[in-house]
Design a binder for this molecule. Structure first.
Ligand SMILES: *Cc1c(COP(=O)(O)O)cnc(C)c1O
Length: 229
């Protein structure tokens, strides 16, 4: 971070976001503790993440298995209570690596992945929680299961595949009102009987909290602009 001294620090921004989550929870008449802040650290290296860990934060999200493998084993070794969430698409040939490193996989979206992850959880004996990603906007380029198929898929994961699905996750289309998608995910979550809803990012996490988000995934508002490349 070349101009680090020019901008607010990540730990300061973390505090701000935590405060805003508290405010949004109060407005929604919810307990702030019912909302988990997943700090999305993709593209940021260990030296940017470490201050946030040292400030006491423990829940982080990454969207690529390979990138996470490059930084998190060391960071986790120093802080075994860290909870790492996979929030990007998973290929079945990476299921073993994902189960070895992540504590929650939020992007289960098809049978093949559900089976591969369930098998790896069994083989490795790791407690990994899972969420099903729902493509609430039915966008062609986006992963996630169709909303119409979500309830049956969650049931199949639990009853036939033996995958412990505890939540639903969505990424609303950029050009649509996010609240419509949050409301849909909330409705589907109730229909599935899951306890977690992962929705809301830097631009709209407060709105997601009004619709029952239990996990908000916030990157830019904590770590600043991403190093693209
Ligand atoms: C990058 C990412 C986020 C965080 O986005 P910000 O707008 O930087 O908060 C949240 N969810 C997913 C799935 C992401 O890939």
């Amino acid at each position: 971070m070349a101009n680090g001294q020019m901008s607010e620090s990540a730990t300061q921004r973390l505090k701000n976001v935590t405060g805003l989550i508290g405010d949004a929870a109060r407005d929604a008449e919810r307990a702030a503790e019912s909302i988990q802040l997943v700090a999305v650290s993709k593209t940021h290296d260990a030296s940017s993440i470490l201050p946030v860990i040292e400030a006491g934060h423990r829940i982080f999200g990454e969207n690529r298995v390979q990138e996470a493998q490059g930084k998190w084993p060391d960071l986790k070794a120093g802080h075994p209570d860290i909870e790492l969430h996979l929030i990007g698409p998973l290929q079945s040939n990476k299921a073993g690596d994902a189960v070895a490193l992540f504590d929650c996989i939020q992007t289960i979206d098809r049978e093949k992945i559900a089976k591969a992850v369930a098998r790896e959880i069994g083989d490795q004996g790791r407690a990994v929680t899972c969420m099903v990603q729902v493509n609430t906007g039915k966008e062609e380029q986006k992963s996630g299961i169709d909303p119409e198929a979500a309830v049956d898929f969650v049931k199949k994961c639990r009853d036939e595949i033996g995958l412990p699905v505890e939540g639903l996750m969505c990424i609303p289309p950029l050009d649509e009102e996010a609240a419509l998608h949050f409301a849909l995910l909330q409705k589907l979550g109730a229909a599935c009987g899951v306890k977690s809803l992962s929705m809301g990012m830097s631009a709209d996490f407060e709105k997601a909290i009004a619709y029952g988000a239990t996990h908000v995934r916030v990157g830019t508002a904590i770590f600043g602009p991403r190093n693209t490349g």
